[in-house]
Design a protein around this ligand. Structure first.
Ligand code: SIN
Ligand code: MN
Length: 209
């Protein structure tokens, strides 16, 4: 699946079945993707979803593509519209190119979740399982500040390993890891100057259907 990227980037760091391509995106690509993401945020502003348990998430989110990930008291799901009522912006070509390079055999993603981590934001251990189809990997892109990424297996209380994700890293979550638990324990706020005002942006591309 990732042979295109492996040709140019070499073997990924493999932790618990997660394939981590460190510094996969060149500086120019990072800036272009960031500019495109800032445009998405202009059209579909970031919001802080409420968990089904009634707690506001510390990560702010928005989406691009046909479907956007959403959560409120009724549960986790994909929605066809931003909370303002508009459809989600299109996934930018710069982002689709990354998917194509890493997953040339997969159909195009129909959802690109944009997560923004400001100072103190984190994401608890979870599985990505709101999609209708688990046959294709999830691809994640890190931009801006460093983040401590925790990876486990398919059992919540199982053993976990952690790695610091940096700006320009790409993670492919497929195969045995597709339904594995993962989360962000913390970020090193201010460790990168890429995102205006600081913080980290993560893009999660998925085939939802
Ligand atoms: C997620 O699992 O939704 C986000 C992971 C990350 O921020 O790297
Ligand atoms: Mn996830």
């Amino acid at each position: 699946m990732v042979k295109e990227a492996e040709k140019t980037l070499g073997k990924p760091l493999c932790v618990a079945g997660f394939r981590i391509f460190q510094a996969a995106l060149e500086r120019g690509v990072r800036s272009k993707v960031l500019a495109d993401v800032l445009q998405i945020i202009e059209l579909a502003p970031l919001f802080s979803p409420m968990t089904p348990y009634g707690r506001k998430m510390s990560v702010q989110m928005t989406s691009a593509g046909r479907l956007g990930w959403y959560s409120d008291r009724s549960g986790y799901r994909y929605a066809e519209r931003h909370p303002s009522g508009t459809t989600w912006p299109q996934i930018p070509a710069s982002v689709l190119e990354i998917w194509q390079a890493f997953l040339p055999d997969a159909p195009p993603p129909d959802s690109c979740l944009v997560n923004y981590y400001g100072e103190g934001a984190r994401m608890g251990l979870h599985q990505d399982r709101d999609e209708g189809d688990f046959s294709f990997p999830v691809l994640s892109v890190s931009l801006g500040d460093d983040a401590l990424f925790r990876m486990g297996g398919t059992v919540r209380r199982g053993k976990t390993s952690s790695v610091w994700l940096k700006s320009g890293d790409v993670v492919v979550i497929g195969g045995a890891a597709r339904l594995a638990y993962h989360g962000i324990d913390r970020i090193r706020f201010g460790s990168s100057s890429l995102v205006p005002g600081g913080g980290r942006i993560n893009l999660t591309l998925r085939v939802v259907r």
